[in-house]
Design a protein around this ligand. Structure first.
Ligand code: ATP
Length: 303
């Protein structure tokens, strides 16, 4: 009896979802040209890796956000708050949520951390609020938050075309160990795309080559197919990109390339142990390094 009365009333009604949501790298990325709508046409192979943010989402009357990275906004400058507001409005939800973000994915790093958090928020609130929206319906909303966001609602590897929102899952086909290196400063995606010269055209050859390379399941073949045509724009602005790639190759990586619009670069290793060896060889003051594995199942996982 005493135990029953000691139980706080609110905790009986409180539900809590804890989940991990991954960063991505681009195994191949090609900007093909500028579209009339102002976006760039791209072709890319996106791959989730197990460097994750952790999101805790609990029932509450209103939406609020707490973040461990104090540099990040907690108002609607944060994609999490925007995702919650957008879903709440679209679903006519009357409930709120207390959301806590434990941030591990570096910000503005070319690793899609904000998009991953936004997708995880949609996923968690769909459950917490009992909406029962399908993944396709969530993805249609997700694209309004950012072209990368729908990818994170799916499984670990996909070919993305159009503005990056047209997804074709690339299931199975091997797991890989990578080393990520970030120079501890952010780079704006908008600024990098803004520097793509007028009249820029490219074909999606390297992206097609990567899709073929993945079929071999050979880390060496995949490493040989790594490509990112934004490197030619970013490397002159940010010379450390070349240094980080050289350091990865000198430490034994099978191949190395910039992820997204940078500044993170990554290398492919023969195995996870090899990735850890490379990480300790490359690790130096001023850089952050991680040995990670590719994610082949769902990108968002309940803890
Ligand atoms: P992409 O490769 O998709 O462009 P990115 O890894 O380069 O992503 P993000 O880490 O997603 O970049 O952050 C881009 C911007 O979004 C930053 O300026 C940041 O302030 C803002 N932002 C808003 N919400 C978040 C969030 N939850 N996590 C990280 N950044 C966020």
């Amino acid at each position: 009896m005493l135990g029953f009365f000691a139980l706080p009333k609110r905790s009986r009604g409180t539900r809590r979802i804890v989940l991990r949501t991954s960063a991505k790298v681009n195994l191949a990325l090609e900007v093909l040209g500028k579209r009339d709508d102002g976006y760039h046409e791209i072709a890319t192979v996106m791959q989730a890796v197990d460097l994750c943010d952790r999101l805790t989402v609990e029932t509450a009357d209103t939406v609020s956000l707490v973040v461990t990275d104090l540099a990040l906004p907690t108002d609607d400058g944060n994609l999490i708050v925007r995702a919650a507001a957008m879903l709440g409005e679209a679903a006519g939800a009357t409930k709120g949520a207390r959301i806590t973000l434990d941030k591990h994915i570096p910000v503005a790093a070319g690793l899609g951390g904000g998009s991953s958090d936004a997708a995880a928020t949609l996923w968690a609130l769909n459950r917490l609020w009992g909406l029962r929206w399908s993944r396709d319906r969530l993805a249609a909303l997700a694209v309004r938050l950012g072209m990368d966001v729908p990818f994170f609602l799916g499984t670990g590897r996909a070919l993305a075309t159009g503005r990056g929102e047209q997804l074709e899952p690339l299931p199975g086909a091997g797991a890989y160990a990578l080393v990520l290196v970030n120079p501890n400063f952010p780079l704006s995606t908008r600024e990098v795309y803004g520097r793509v010269p007028a009249g820029w055209t490219a074909e999606a050859r390297s992206t097609r080559r990567m899709v073929e390379a993945l079929r071999t399941r050979s880390a060496r073949t995949v490493a040989g197919a790594l490509a990112n045509n934004l490197e030619s724009i970013v490397e002159p602005m940010v010379p450390v990109i070349r240094h980080m790639k050289s350091a990865l190759l000198a430490a034994g990586a099978l191949g190395a390339v910039m992820s997204g619009s940078g500044p993170t670069v990554f290398g492919i290793a023969r195995s996870y142990d090899h990735a850890r060896q490379i990480r300790s060889r490359v690790n130096r003051a001023g850089w952050s390094c991680w040995a990670v594995r590719t994610v082949s199942g769902r990108v968002i996982r309940a803890v």
